[in-house]
Ligand binder design. Sequence first.
Ligand code: NAD
Length: 481
Amino acid sequence: MSSTVPAYPALNLLIGEEAIGASGRDTIDVLDPATGEVIAALPKATTADLDAALEAAARGFKQWRATSADQREAVLRKGAALIRERAKDIGAAITREQGKPLKEAVGETIYCAMLLEFYAGECKRLYGKTLVRPDGQRVEVRHEPVGPVAGFSAWNFPALNVIRKVGGPLAAGCSVIVKPSEETPAGGLGIVQALRDAGVPADVCQAVFGVPDDISRHLLASPVIRKLTFTGSTAVGKHLAKLAAENLQRATLELGGHGPVLVFNDADIDKALDTMAGNKFRNAGQVCVSPTRFLVEEDVFERFRDGFVERAKAVKVGNGFDGDTVMGPMASQRGPDGIQTKLADALDKGAKLGAGGNRIGNQGYFHEPTVLSEVPLDATIMNEEPFGPVAMINPMKGEEAMIEEANRLPYGLAAYAWTQDAKRRMRLTSEIEAGMIAINGGTVSAVDAPFGGVKWSGYGLEDGAEGVTACMVSKTIHEAA
Ligand code: NAD
């Protein structure tokens, strides 16, 4: 079944009151990952544009921090309503630029509205406290917005990554300059435009594009910016953390993971297979919390591996606009190229190929859902995030070895465990080093719960009340009796 491909929106820099198009400017090509064709020209911000954005952000911060919590809440709720109203169009733009199936792209956009609704409610829950001493002395603890925020986000969730960059700061009373990914600009622009249309002042929420390293260096070098927030690879996260250290800017870093999945012999294996295979191939595996290293007790290993292979082979791969597509193309040529290099290395070192293993066709960036088993620990793919549609399934002996393997890597974002044993559940949740753990399920994210990692998966939190307090600083006022 195939559907028509809707028009891709015009792309602008959103700086102060201005929407600056591509005409007469240096541009970056945006590609359709299903075909490899150029679909739009994205304007690049000049140094003067970035300076204008910084000046606007400084003005915007003064205005927004003085706006009442009630008003901020009302505007953010209106923004969420507009995002819901526009979800079909924003979703279509995401599918066009990033490749994921339209249903997933629209779902991602609706989730942005849900997160913004939660953040809107938080505006009124930013309580301080007062300590009153017996002699009448008072100590007041106030929470204030940290200041203008610079956000940089990745291409795997063009809209969700952007709302995570702007929603917390806006609820806290900060202004924000966001740079969505140049590879997938329209999803993020759809979010920023909806916020501006809802009444977030233009100086308070801006979007810029360009050469990523030039933009982040320029913005983070400015004393106007008080906080960095980034979603992307650990390597770039470390680089940005060093830049932020120069000005002691606070930072939230949501980086890579290498999700371990511990499957015990007492688990509901069919449910584990259905849930985890669905999760693995969602967004072609390009998800920071994707389940990746499957550590399966040896007496259920063959059943689990065979069940996973069967499900991988059944995944319908195609253009995200085709109604029956379950998995779209990878987002860029780097996707299938990187997977092919890692697969060759793993197979060379003795891994077994259960399903997939190849690119699909010679147009766009499609790759087969792939299952490897008995993968040696020195294979690159067991150490570096595949960020693609590959599951590695290894037989394991006992809980202790499984926990040790889960914690072997420097990453600690999401982990998954399948067991019916309540005591084991307690041990796993205390011993596994991860920011989020799913037990007997696949969900590790909710609008009202913090999202973030430990170790090389980053620091700072998004979502939940923590996503707002991460954008605030405390001030303590001691008042004599
Ligand atoms: P990357 O870190 O190079 O790029 C991710 C995003 O960061 C991109 O949108 C890019 O424009 C931006 N970026 C890159 N350098 C920057 C800089 N100096 N300043 C500001 N922004 C910058 O990652 P990639 O090459 O796109 O993917 C490589 C790996 O990164 C993936 O395989 C995966 O492991 C990881 N990754 C993680 C996430 C996540 O959700 N945590 C998202 C994307 C990529």
